[in-house]
Design a protein around this ligand. Sequence first.
Ligand code: FES
Length: 249
Amino acid sequence: MTAAAEFDFESLRARLQPECEEIIGRYEDTRSALIPLVRLFQEHEGYASAQALEAVADMLRLPLAVVESTVSFYTLFFRKPIGKYMLQPCRGLSCIINGAEEIMAHFRARLGIGHLQTTDDGLFSYEEVECLAACDRAPCMQVNWRFRYDLTPQNVDDLLAALRGGAAGIAPLAQTKAPEKTWHVDHDVPRSAGGVGVSNPNNAGGVGDRSGVIMLDRVLADPSFAERSHERLVHESNLRPTTGDGGHH
Ligand code: FES
């Protein structure tokens, strides 16, 4: 993308400098401006670039690691470029009961991508998210953080067509660099034994996620867990189970 090659971060930083100073001035502790500043850069750049994080660390006189670790905690900060429209159908319980699985399958089929992926043309990014607190209008979603309610396969098709035609009344996100297939950054952090093979909070798995089942199977299969679950029974005689030979309670 030509615009990507031409993007000049230093010009953006100079242009945003007065606004950054105004934001920093709002807080007694300048560190409190960290998230609003990263958000400001992301709004203009389309993602939280490495240069933006360095600039924020510089402005707040913080170690870069502090900025990076804060940003990596929040899934609404994108460490890599995303599409112009972020599509986020809800996969929470109320939405699932009301047909979210069909909606998610429909999105995946129509877009040809999966959870945390961006279409080849850089137009759509797709993420299945947790409860959006609009359960009374399930199944629902957000498009660039604007709600769409009572989803059906038909109105999903209408929405995608309107977005492609620029007629949905939703402004595209900034895109200063062409997105890759995914914006997800796999943090190479060693997992605890219980967490191995279980998807992380940035990728809870989407349709067919078995994280909970994996964890439960692991607990049931581990003899040490079985012993621990009977600790109270050993100490509290009234809780001891009846044995097959008509034994005590
Ligand atoms: S479960 Fe989807 S909005 Fe609450």
